[in-house]
Design a protein around this ligand. Structure first.
Ligand code: IPM
Ligand code: MG
Length: 352
């Protein structure tokens, strides 16, 4: 089969890990006789430098016109001025909005061989296999009013946490659908004891739950969820939550896996183009050294094959290869080892 993939390597270690992910895709293409056509574009800080904008209209249009988008990472100290008109992160948010990818899937699994790399006791990590579903195009990130002004002689800043019923319903419904193929349990995370938007969230979660009686539904307040993520992570299966809570909880959850460098993500919409990215950032401190962990990016390509291209066998083969490389002791620096980015990918490709 034939697919068009837009690459947005971005900043910092982004280009390094995307280069490796492409090598894995090329190897899959030749093994399974597919053609992947890659087009590379700038997004993030590199796009600000070249075009004065973190995401140009042309780049967004190219992304919309492709079958899937593979993104590295954006940001870095160079673009961190709080007064700057544009920021690398704005490009990422505009891309999510432009692609209408409202559902961010962040699976968190703990490889047994990495359990001692986590600050948690190994017995707590046994059986951890969760899927966090983060709402991606609503909430505080996008609500209006938003901005700064001067009121009564005081400088003021406002962000708005806004959700429409349909935005909540579509992601909660997806959570139930995904839970059906897993352990049949949905944990909906909100702050319904304080926030109006969370009370609507919970109401809709209950409604969707009543239509899916074969799936267990529980509601967890976000502060309790933060605690349960580290006190009893193996009890969680599908976790569904709004944008900002999901942003915070997935960084916390990534610690379970031993390193953020291990974790992939997929951002999906109603149909349309999927966006795939490792959950780690641009790691400017190690950029250009060839030591970044490529596994988060490589596993993101597996999610792309599965969710956008429906190539389950190919996706599973990448996941198995990465798992077996880890089991055999392949470790980049973030996991306490000495394997380079390239060596790690070579070990994965060998096992495909
Ligand atoms: C993430 C990141 C982004 C977010 C930033 C870079 C805008 O933290 O993907 O989790 O907050 O969504
Ligand atoms: Mg984040």
């Amino acid at each position: 089969m034939e697919f068009k993939i837009t690459l947005l390597p971005g900043d910092g270690i982004g280009p390094e890990v995307i280069g490796e992910a492409v090598r894995v895709l090329e190897s899959i293409a030749s093994k399974y006789r597919h053609s992947f056509h890659f087009q590379e574009r700038l997004m993030g800080g590199c796009s600000i430098d070249k075009f004065g904008s973190s995401l140009t209209d042309e780049t967004l249009a190219d992304c919309v016109a492709s079958d899937a988008v593979l993104l590295g990472a954006v940001g870095g100290p160079k673009w961190d001025d709080p007064r700057a008109k544009d920021r690398p992160e704005r490009g990422l948010l505009a891309l999510r909005k432009g692609l209408k990818v409202f559902a961010n899937l962040r699976p968190v699994k703990v490889h047994p061989a990495l359990a001692d790399g986590s600050p948690l006791k190994a017995e707590k990590l046994a059986g951890v296999d969760m899927l966090v579903l983060r709402e991606l195009t609503g909430g505080l990130y996008f609500g209006f009013p938003k901005g700064r002004d001067v009121k009564d002689g005081r400088e003021r800043a406002v962000d708005t946490l806004e959700y429409y019923d349909y935005e909540i319903r579509r992601i909660v419904e997806l959570a139930f659908k995904l839970a059906r193929g897993r352990k049949k349990k949905v944990s909906s995370v909100d702050k319904a004891n304080v926030l109006e938007s969370s009370r609507l969230w919970r109401q809709i979660a209950v409604e969707v739950g009543e239509k899916n009686p074969d799936i267990e539904l529980e509601h967890i307040l976000v502060d309790t969820a933060a605690m349960r993520l580290i006190s009893a992570p193996a009890q969680l299966d599908v976790v569904v939550t709004e944008n900002m809570f999901g942003d915070i909880l997935t960084d916390e959850a990534s610690v379970l896996a031993g390193s953020m460098g291990m974790l992939p993500s997929a951002s999906l919409g109603e149909a349309g183009v999927g966006l795939y990215e490792p959950i780690h950032g641009s790691a400017p401190d190690i950029a250009g050294k060839g030591i970044a962990n490529p596994i988060g990016a490589v596993l993101s390509t597996a999610m792309m094959l599965r969710h956008s291209f429906h190539l389950e066998e190919e996706a599973a083969s990448i996941e198995r290869a990465a798992e077996s490389a880890i089991a055999d002791g392949v470790r980049t620096a973030d996991l306490g080892g000495k394997s380079t980015t390239r060596q790690t990918t070579d070990e994965i490709i060998k096992r495909l």
